[in-house]
Design a protein around this ligand. Sequence first.
Ligand SMILES: [Cu+2]
Length: 485
Amino acid sequence: MEGIVNRRDFVKFGGMAALEMGAARILRSQSQPDAMQGSPANAAASKADITLRISPVTVELTPAHTISTIGYNGTSPGPVLHMREGKPVSVDVFNDTDVPELVHWHGLFLPPEVDGVEEEATPMVPPRGHIRYQFTPKPAGTRWYHTHVMAGPDLHRGAYTGQFGFLMIDSGNDPGKYDQEVFLALREWEPFFSPEADDDDEQGAAGPQPERPKVLDTNPAGLEVGYQMFSINDKSLGGGEPLRVRSGERVLMHLLNASASMHRRMALPGHQFQVIAMDGNPVPTPQKVDVLELGPGERIDAVVEMSAAGVWILGDTMDQDRNSGLGIVVEYANQHKQPQWVMPSKSIWDYTIFGKAASQPPPDGTIDMIFAKVPSGAGMFNSWTVNGKEYPHDQEFVLKQGGRHRLVFRNRSEDPHPLHLHRHSFELVEINGKTTGGIMKDTVVVPGYGRASVDLIADQPGLTLFHCHIQQHMDYGFKALFRYA
Ligand SMILES: [Cu+2]
């Protein structure tokens, strides 16, 4: 017991020391990146708990269609990683590519120096180099890991590659009320630039639009990103083994939208999803729904009771994407029909049905954040502003240690944006005028011309990146750095 306490204290001390030398660390990482691999705690050449190797991989989406990308440990998605909440872990990351990389641990409360974000001064994993991350994972739940580099105009970088995977933080208290557990990462491949977004925004068009400006900017928009192939994990619909189930089984599905830009609506005809957690955090009011909606970066844990024997397609509701691979066959034992798809009736995704009555205390302060698109603001591409400015901002977003900050996200553009805050989770307070409580997230989709308010308790000192999880939006201005006063 004594030994454990000592080690924790040591890790804590290491974290604080690193924070104080933040500026020095940036310099060191620029001048001699190799030096960043060791703090005294990991100087020994012991084997890490987990090894991740970033390298070129091929992915056989169907027997007839194999793609090349960058992945982890020879695959994409990377392995499902398991860590125990509160138990210190070491991860060796080897970068077998010719460009600097970063591994970000999405949804974890980590110090900036291991969060995997250049803007927070996490050191890069040098080309052909190695770095060791050491941290204490928390909180428990469905997290994920992915690259966090800029891609800009390069569709072979960042979130367009296969560098993503599930990261499960286990609390040790899983009641295990299910018969099977499956991991479903939703993805697209072979990106290309296109004059139109490859996205249907049914919700944005149908919902209230409290932030719609009176006068819209009608300048011609820049190029966006479309895709040719789609998959769940590494297989396109029909390209791999079906998900085999039995009548009466309860299947726990972990869904992750690992897309660089696409919003997803998923359905399984004849079945409902009992949503038990969003972004890995248990929801106050689990509910059954016909359709799940996930913006890039979001996760949903849902239990599906297998009560409609047959062979079905679990897939995206957009015909083109599903028919190009975004789905998986769900096959009951002893059933051998053609897989069936039935379009669900229209439904509006509403986070608040999973919440409870709002009961947040008044915040200590409010931070307004207005998001807007500048059509063709970056030449070929659009640019994005936060409070009228592209990243970086000048010390504008400051948190007070221990304070409850209400962030008001005002989306003055027609696109829905999945807004992600690093190193913290926040509580959804209001979306398009509907109040709610108890929904803890790290990524929230603010609908087109919509508004969301979230409460952030500032209890993780250090630089904290906020950004849209659509790679192209993030790369062209849509991010901001929070500081602690
Ligand atoms: Cu965005």
